[in-house]
Every structure is written in structure tokens, then in C-alpha cells.
Design a protein around this ligand. Structure first.
Ligand SMILES: [Zn+2]
Length: 405
């Protein structure tokens, strides 16, 4: 499991772990709550003034945190204290997102302002040598944005399908990369920067937590359109299950005699409520994209309305069942359909009709449709906050840079 930046206990750990944990707590606190005085940090993290001074001192020397120009007016010590903050000016994260046959590279600061972007087609013949190719692109991006290895907190890689996030292995990306691709080991070995890997839905949840600056303790995230997926946070950690398959709501069986799904089972929610399933119910051939279908729905096209209503009924039922198992504090909705007020109204009513107590828990992501761009960088930032420092992997600094065109 990977923690979604929650405050953790430090009891029962070795001294080295406690030190690491203190650094992680301090970085997390600054990231989520902004600049703070040493006194406030010591009080909030329950550390002695000596320990906080020592921890901050070493982090300033490493360039991870900085003393800002601003002062806390009342730090409780009778004198003004300089605020400490993350080194937002210098620290950056690298994100690599692999969707369908495209790869997107984004280098951004810790607030997800992008300073460099690139994208390219993932040709199937290049899939075997993806690591060399990715590292060349990353090295070129760092050079173009004048960033050194020490400025990078980490690399996040987001890929569809079944990902073992603990070991950074893409087990099955449904034809994008070879099966069992050890992305973390392959990239770290070449570039010497820590790498975090996860699938799209869990990356979205990490990104939602970081970009909304909200702790996620017990939450569900539902991603709808064109397919259906979900991610689960339990006690502040993203739960991926025994086989990295937890939260596969799209493959919850809704009709035991239903259509065969691409996963091989019958009657999965995907076969009933995905965009593909809705389109199959509509005879008119002009609903070739989800955006068109939603527009027809908003215009009140009766055939489209019936197809969407059937999907909403099944989706609401699946979410109500999932909520019984996980008892979430909130249910975050992400995806194109939730941007439609009429769709959201019907969906909320339907969830309320299944389980009225859930209606108040639903909320659309404050950055609906905007997280895709930053979710890979968010993985890297999250791993950095967890680690408490920029790991020096002791590898050669950078791979060869391709010649400029
Ligand atoms: Zn299925």
C-alpha cells in the first residue's frame, strides 16, 4: 500500500526510521498546509525544538526546504520567526503517462505547473526498448528546462492496466508494454532518479489528494467515461489489494447471464454501463464520442436518455454495493459525464434512491478532467513526501542525450 500523505504514528520504529519519518511528516505538513515557523512545526509534529532545528538544518543544506522572506508574527517565543517552506522554486517532478498508444512527458514544479512537455506515439516495435527511449526523452527534457538531477524529486510513471505499485512493475498494460515490465528498476538503473509507478485510477486518486491539499482517509474515487474504474483509500493509504486489482468496479458482475466482457467474465458493469455499452443501445450512428452522446442526452434525445438512464442505474447500484463494503467518508467523482449538470443530477438521485445516506458523500473532483495531465508527476511528489528526501541511487547521472534536431 502507498500512503496518501497522511500523518502517521512513529512509535515502535528504529531511530533511522524515526528520523526518516520525521522528515516525511515535516515535508507532508509543509506541502499540505504551506509555510510554517519552526515553533509551529515542532508543536504540530510533537518534536523537541532541538530536533526540529536539526532536521530543518539538514534539509536546508540539502536544498529541500528554504527559509522564506516572511516572518511569523507570533511564534509563541516572544520573537519573530522566519517561515520555513518547501523549495518550490527549485524542486521539480517528472511524469510519464502512457495511455493508449501515446506517451506524455511532463516536467513540473511541486505545484504541478508544467515547465516542459513532450508526447510521442508508442510504436509497438519500440515497446521492448521503452526504457532506453523514455530515458533519452527525459534527459532531453531536463536539459531543455535546465534542470539537474538534484532538482528532481522523482519520476512518476502512470500506465493503464494491472500495476504492482510496490515493485513498480506493469504486469499487464493490455498491449502497450511487454507483460511484467519492471519499469521502476529499468528506469532507475539507467537514470539514477527514484521512480514510482501506478495505474491510472490510483494515480488520479493520489493527484486528487495532492492537488486539493486534502488528506484522504477513507474515500472512494469513481472514474467514469469512457470505461469505469475506481480507487480506494483505507485509513489514509491507497489500497491496491493482493494482486494489485482492488477497486476494479468495472468488472463487478451485475448480470450473471450477461454479455461476455473483455476480462472473460460475463455481465461485468463495463458491459452494461460503459460508453461502448451505451453506444450499442443507440441505433443512430452519430454518437461516436462520449461528448456527442452527452450533448444528445442534455438535448433530451429520448433514445440516448434511455441508454444513459440504464447505465446510471447500474453504476449507482455498483457504487452503493461498494460503499457497503468500504464505508467511505466521501465518494469523489471524476470523468466527463460528471461535468454535465443533468447527468450529475440524475446520477445523484439514483444513488440516493439506492442508499440515501450516500447522497451527501458524493462530490465531483474540484479538478475534474484536469488531473490526467498531472497524475504521473503527482506519483513522484507523493513518493518524495513519503521518503522524506531525494534518494541518491548512486547511479550514473544521466544517459546520453540525443543530438538536437
Ligand atoms: Zn469484466
Amino acid at each position: 500500500m502507498s500512503a496518501t500523505a497522511n500523518v502517521k504514528k512513529t512509535s515502535g520504529k528504529s531511530m533511522r526510521n524515526v528520523k526518516r519519518e520525521n522528515r516525511s511528516l515535516l515535508l507532508t505538513q509543509l506541502y499540505f498546509q504551506g509555510r510554517k515557523s519552526r515553533t509551529s512545526l515542532a508543536r504540530e509534529l510533537r518534536l523537541t525544538p532541538a530536533s526540529i532545528t536539526q532536521t530543518i538544518g539538514s534539509m536546508i543544506r540539502e536544498g529541500i526546504v528554504v527559509e522564506t522572506d516572511a516572518y511569523a508574527s507570533d511564534a509563541g517565543m516572544g520573537r519573530r520567526q522566519q517561515f520555513i517552506d518547501l523549495n518550490h522554486a527549485d524542486l521539480h517532478a517528472i511524469g510519464v503517462t502512457i495511455t493508449n498508444d501515446r506517451v506524455r512527458l511532463c516536467i513540473s514544479n511541486l505545484r504541478f505547473d508544467c515547465v516542459y512537455e513532450d508526447s510521442w506515439r508508442l510504436e509497438s516495435q519500440d515497446a521492448e526498448s521503452y526504457a532506453d527511449f523514455f530515458c533519452d526523452k527525459i534527459a532531453f527534457g531536463m536539459l531543455a528546462s535546465r534542470l539537474r538531477k538534484d532538482d528532481i524529486v522523482g519520476i512518476g510513471v502512470t500506465v493503464r492496466g494491472n500495476v504492482d505499485s510496490e515493485h513498480g512493475v506493469s504486469e499487464n498494460s493490455f498491449g502497450l508494454l511487454p507483460e511484467h515490465s519492471a519499469i521502476k528498476a529499468e528506469l532507475e538503473g539507467r537514470i539514477g532518479i527514484p521512480v514510482a509507478v501506478d495505474n491510472h485510477i490510483r494515480s488520479l486518486m493520489t493527484c486528487e489528494a495532492l492537488s486539493s491539499r486534502s488528506y484522504m482517509e477513507n474515500s472512494l474515487l469513481i472514474k467514469y467515461g469512457p470505461g469505469i474504474g475506481s480507487a480506494i483509500a483505507l485509513d489514509g493509504e491507497i489500497y491496491s489489494g493482493g494482486h494489485s486489482m482492488a477497486g476494479e468496479i468495472g468488472h463487478m458482475i451485475m448480470d450473471r447471464d450477461g454479455e461476455v466482457c473483455r476480462c472473460g467474465k460475463r455481465g461485468c458493469l463495463e458491459t452494461i454501463a460503459s460508453f461502448r455499452a451505451m453506444r450499442a443501445r443507440i441505433r443512430r450512428g452519430d454518437c461516436d464520442s462520449l461528448a456527442t452522446l452527452l450533448r444528445r442526452f442534455e438535448e433530451g434525445d429520448p433514445e440516448v436518455a434511455a441508454a444513459v438512464a440504464a447505465s446510471i442505474r447500474h453504476l449507482a447500484l455498483a457504487i452503493a454495493n461498494m460503499a457497503v463494503l468500504f464505508d467511505p467518508k466521501d465518494i469523489i467523482l471524476y470523468g466527463e459525464p460528471f461535468g454535465s449538470g443533468i447527468f450529475l443530477g440524475e446520477f445523484t438521485r439514483e444513488v440516493g434512491a439506492r442508499a440515501s445516506e450516500l447522497q451527501g458523500l458524493l462530490r465531483v473532483s474540484s479538478r475534474n478532467l484536469l488531473l490526467d495531465r498531472h497524475m504521473a508527476c503527482a506519483l513522484a511528489v507523493h513518493a518524495f513526501l513519503e521518503a522524506g528526501d531525494i534518494a541518491d541511487l548512486g547511479k550514473p547521472s544521466l544517459p546520453r542525450v540525443p543530438p538536437a534536431e
